[in-house]
Structure formats: C-alpha cells, structure tokens
Design a protein around this ligand. Structure first.
Ligand code: SF4
Length: 437
C-alpha cells in the first residue's frame, strides 16, 4: 500500500479458499450501496434477469452519510436471489468476481481499521475458515489490498480508538495495537488447556484495568509485565473452581438459544414460528426437560449435556484457540467491528460468546452420543456463534453490556468458561445419557 495509507496486516497460520459451500449466500444478509445496486442493475443481463418479476433488493436504511442502503432479496428457501440451482452466484458466473457486491467479494474477510494499521479478521461462520482449508491468507495479500483500498476509499477522517472502559479513549492506536498483540499471545500454540488460556487472559485484563491509571504511559512493557504476572499467578488450579450460579448458566442457555440458530432474513416463520421460539427460549432459560432442536443442534436433555467433558479435545482446542487468536489480534471484538464497544465490553462479549461456544459444542456432542467435545462439535458451535458475533446486537446491546459486567463483577465468567456453561458436571450425572435425544 502507498505510504500515506494504513499498513495492511494479515493473520498468520490461517488458510482460506472458497469451497462453494454456499453458506454465506444462504444465511447472510448482504447490504449493497446505491452505486453498487446501480452497477449490478446495469450489467448486460439480456432477457435472463435472475430476479424475475420481483425486486432483487430491499431498502435497508441509510449509511452514516445519509445515503440509501439496500440488501439483496432472498428466495423463499432463504438463499440469495442471485444463487442459482447449482449453488453458484449468477453475478460471478456471468460477469466475474469483481462484478459482485463488495461485501460478497470480501467475505469471509473483515477489514478492521486500527489507526496506522488495517488488520484483516475472518468470519468463522464460513466452514472453510473454521476448517483452515485452502490457500494461506498471506498468499492472497494483493487481492486483499485491492479490496481494502476499495472499502476505505471514502474514509478520510481517522476515528478515535475505542475507550478502555467508558469515557475517554485509550492513549492512542499504538497502545491499542499493543493490547491486541498481547491479548492474542495468550492463545499461541501450546499444550495448555484453552479454558485456562481464557482464564489467564481475563486475569491479565483485570490487572490492566486495575493498574491502568498509574501505569498506562509505560506502554507495551507494562502490558507484558501484567501478562507475566497473570501467567505466574493463574495455574492449573484455576480449573478446579466450582460451577457458576444458576442464573449465569441460564443466561448462557438463553443466549445459546439465539446464537445457535442461523437466522435467515425471512423473518420468524409467522406466528407459529414465533410461538415455537418463545417456548424454546423459556425452556432454554429454565433448563428443564428436553431442550428443543436448534439449527444444527438436535434436541437433547441437559443431563445428557452434563455427561460431556467441558475440556475440548486437542484438535477442538486448536480450532477455538485459532478463533480467539484471530478475533483478539484483529480487534474484531471492539470499536467499529463490534457496535462501538469499549475494549472492556468487547472482551467480555467475546468471553461470553466463548462460554456459549463451549456449551453448544457440549450440546452437539451429547446429541451425537459422544462424551467429549471434538473437532466437529466445536466447528459447528463456532460457526453458529460467529455468524452473529459483531453483527447481532444481542452480545453488544446495553442490556448485554449490563449482563456481561454483572458476570465479570460477580466472578462468574471464569467458572462459566471452565465448566462449559453448565452447572452439571460429568461425574454428577454419570450414565444418564439416553433420554430425550
Ligand atoms: S450476490 Fe452472489 S455471492 Fe453475493 S450472496 Fe448473492 S449469490 Fe452469494
């Protein structure tokens, strides 16, 4: 990139190529600007317009500058109006990659502006990202530079970095970049239990908050010193903590009832669909009886979930580690990438999302008669949760921030992660695995 532009930074040890799963074209809402819609409309479609009689776009409000935004319409089965019967994009097939809306060209990448750097994050709702399949991201640098340039062409004003908690901003973008680098390092490859890595991250963040006023001018060396202290003070014994309280676990189940489902932009399936969801939400909160099926998660009892070990196996832990490392390093959990959240609220939302991932993975394993969280279980759970993360305000609203801070203040976030979002432990429910599947 030219010198006056922010430097593009790519995640290491991450691969991706499109494997045509079509997941993005079936489940995501694609927003297009007025010029993009004008461009697509003016393509030489001849007599073969894929949208037929209906309009291919619907109004989706306005952007920050007041210009009209649209979203691509969906067919009755939920897929994008441009997706053909073979699962291919009609725009791409007929006019090439660059004719598609920018959002489609970019997916699953997310460009996060962080002062002098643009960091590339990824959406783990894409199965190929979760599976780390395809070409290395580094090899796609030139295409990412082009896309980032197109995306940021109108951005002239450098925004302020998000605050640490509330109120004033952190000292500068460099401080925030150092914070992100340090946070991501907790998840570098190692044989350490990924839940312990989360606990250490939270302990480090707590130390940063507690000493911020006196020490923040010391910069990265102080962040590193806090990290060394967290690593020294939080040993494996942290995994022996008791379970979180009933209400905290009910919050995880209620969130899972929403995040486990990949909502299509078709609404809620009418009054009956709404009623089913309301009943499911109540049952999930109460946690009694059989939990209703949820997207890719079959119905299952909580007792069965309790028989699944909350520690992911080695390959599952590696996926979760890569997910958290990418989110933390790229800043894809705070500021503009996550509804303007502060560093603190963003980190809490990511950790609560992690508790939900672990609970959903246990749920998936239980429904498949397994007592361990393996690669498949964690992949399905990460895909479901990350479909919403940063795009659904359920983890970033004022109420969500209040809930997350309550979990933090009462010390329940750690046991939620350690126990995979459940109060029921393996040894308590023993053999009862067969009912309600
Ligand atoms: S426009 Fe093409 S790439 Fe974008 S969502 Fe629709 S089918 Fe998929």
């Amino acid at each position: 990139m030219p010198k006056n532009r922010p430097e593009l930074r790519l995640p290491v040890a991450q691969n991706w190529s499109c494997h045509g799963t079509g997941a993005c074209c079936r489940y995501h809402v694609v927003t297009v600007t007025q010029p993009e819609w004008d461009r697509i409309r003016s393509l030489d479609w001849g007599n073969d317009v894929p949208w037929g009689e209906r309009s291919p776009v619907e109004r989706a409000g306005r952007d920050g500058a007041g210009s009209t935004l649209y979203r691509l319409a969906h067919k009755p089965d939920g897929s994008c109006i441009f997706l053909d019967e073979d699962g291919l994009c009609t725009i791409h097939r007929r006019f090439g990659l660059r004719a598609k809306p920018l959002a489609c060209q970019l997916y699953p990448y997310v460009v996060v502006p962080l002062g002098r750097e643009l960091r590339i994050g990824l959406r783990f709702s894409c199965p190929s990202v979760v599976g780390n399949r395809g070409e290395s991201v580094g090899a796609q640098e030139s295409e990412l530079v082009r896309l980032a340039r197109e995306l940021t062409s109108g951005a002239v004003k450098q925004p302020e970095p998000p605050p640490l908690v509330d109120g004033g901003p952190v000292p500068n973008w460099d401080w925030l970049l150092a914070y992100l680098d340090c946070a991501a390092r907790f998840f570098h490859d190692s044989p350490v239990d990924v839940r312990l890595q989360c606990v250490r991250l939270l302990a480090w963040h707590g130390l940063v908050l507690a000493t911020y006023d006196d020490k923040h001018r010391e910069g990265p060396s102080w962040l590193d010193a806090c990290a060394i202290r967290a690593l020294r003070e939080v040993g494996e014994g942290a995994l022996d903590c008791g379970p979180a309280g009933w209400l905290a676990c009910a919050l995880v189940r209620t969130l899972a009832a929403r995040l486990g489902r990949r909502d299509q932009p078709l609404g809620f399936g009418g009054p009956l669909g709404l009623l089913r969801r309301a009943t499911g939400a109540v049952r999930s909160f109460a946690g009694v009886g059989t939990l209703p099926s949820l997207g890719r998660f079959p119905r299952v009892t909580r007792r069965a979930i309790g028989t699944v070990c909350p520690a992911p196996d080695a390959s599952a832990a590696e996926i979760l580690r890569r997910y958290l490392r990418t989110k933390l390093w790229s800043g894809q959990f705070l500021g503009a990438a996550n509804f303007g959240l502060s560093v603190h609220d963003g980190l809490l939302s990511l950790m609560v999302a992690t508790a939900v991932v672990l609970w959903l993975a246990r749920r998936y394993a239980a429904a498949n008669a397994s007592n361990s969280v393996d690669e498949e279980a964690i992949s399905v759970a990460v895909q479901a949760v990350d479909h919403h993360f940063g795009f659904d305000p359920v983890l970033a609203s004022r109420a969500a921030r209040f809930r997350h801070r309550w979990l933090w203040r009462t010390g329940q976030l750690v046991p939620l992660i350690v126990h995979g979002g459940e109060r029921l432990a393996v040894q308590l429910v023993g053999r009862e695995r067969s009912d309600g599947r």
